[in-house]
Design a protein around this ligand. Sequence first.
Ligand code: HEC
Length: 474
Amino acid sequence: MKFVFLLASTVAMAAPTFNRDIAPILYENCATCHRPGEVAPFSLLTYQDAAKRASLIATVTKKRYMPPWKPEPGYGNFDHVRALTDDQIARIQEWAATGAAEGDAADRPAVPAFPTGWQAGEPDQVLKVSEPYSLTADGPDRFRCFVLPMNLTKESYVSGAEFRPGNPKIVHHALIFLDSTGTARRLAASSGGAGYQCFGGPGFSGAGLVMGWAPGYTPLPAEPSLSQAVRPGTDVVIQIHYHPSGKPEQDQSSIGLKFSGPPTKGRALLLVMNRYLDIPAGESHYVVKGSVTVPQDAELWGITPHAHYLATDMKINARLPDDSVIPLIWIKDWDFNWQGQYRYQQPIKLPKGTKIELEYVYDNSARNPHNPSHPPVRVRFGEQTKDEMALAFLGLVLPSPADVQPFQRAVVLQYVEDFVRLTEDLNDLPEEIPPAMAMRLRLGLAMFDRNHDGKLDAEERANLLKLVQTMMPQ
Ligand code: HEC
């Protein structure tokens, strides 16, 4: 008994070695990105690779900068969380502090095998960017949209999508949209070459976001009950964020699609946002709030917060009709380079009337190392690098496909209502509305200003909304 205890304590006290203690941690938590050909700048598979960076590894893991995972624990129970335990972090510290020993070769685990093919099963259709895109060795990050025609001959139902980077070394993240308007095609045709430049969005509105991708992302299996209808003429548009690797590189990414029959449940994307941010140059703590109400019972399965470089802190809560609050996500140190689509372990029930509340904080001072403007400038909502955004996509499931249209209708009406409330005073329209549009808007709104006092009172607003409602498709 005493002997066992003694043995246990000597083992516990022995300095950690790479082969016995560290390699298993790195293989499980780091190697997805830190291996040859992947996004991270160096591999961490061999003792030599890891040992020469032991103190750097100790520093970045202690600060929880690596593995990259932004959501705060306790705010949303997410799937595929990337995090080391306190114990693992302590082991790494100890290993670095005691000289980063290699240890006994017999202890060393096998290098893990990584899947090379499609991870969510063989797709029914593979769409590949038509020609390789060339990226210079250095310079700023590039944002490019590529248009991939689906060439559908009849209405079809997409039940799954998996993005595959052509060159994982330079693809930092990707967003996949559907465009049935032909706008993306026109943008690509007028830019020449493979695709067109785009930053904050794909450059067209009404785009359905199919999915997001970032290094280490585990694709979802196909879900026929939630398939999405797509019309002939629809294009897949992939927006890719490229980060130069130090060498000239090429990329030709692809997407694999799965098809099925019509859905049996409804799938809706709820956008919560605030377009009226206006951040003064130099302001270090600018708070933006936004909200949207869930118009009917729904289940939330995932969330994708989005902003550009100035955002620092992002919080989204669900306030239920009984005023209780479910924290959905909190990111305390937003990093544009590590944005993700986060999925909950269990879908969250959101009863009708739940208010989704967004609160983001921005630092537009010169002290913010991510600030793209030197010196800082006034910043408003927009798609360009130097503009900002305050939004989040919420992935919802509704009981039946028939619920989707009334749901979207109610949400659009809410947006219109919020806008009408904001433009209540015809002589004091929000400054970010361009002058020509403000002029037309003033003329249009004035038609509802029955008593000609230059403002839309509650009754006048209600009349306007009634008209909008009758104009919306049933
Ligand atoms: C999802 C991909 C991914 C995972 C998982 C990941 N890394 Fe990284 N790592 C990167 C990328 C990309 C960079 C370079 C850009 C950056 O620093 O953000 C990086 C940079 C680093 C750096 C250099 C930091 C610096 O300041 O120069 C170290 C050290 C590091 N990672 C260690 C680790 C360790 C240890 C783990 C596992 C515990 C890990 N990483 C997991 C992608 C990843």
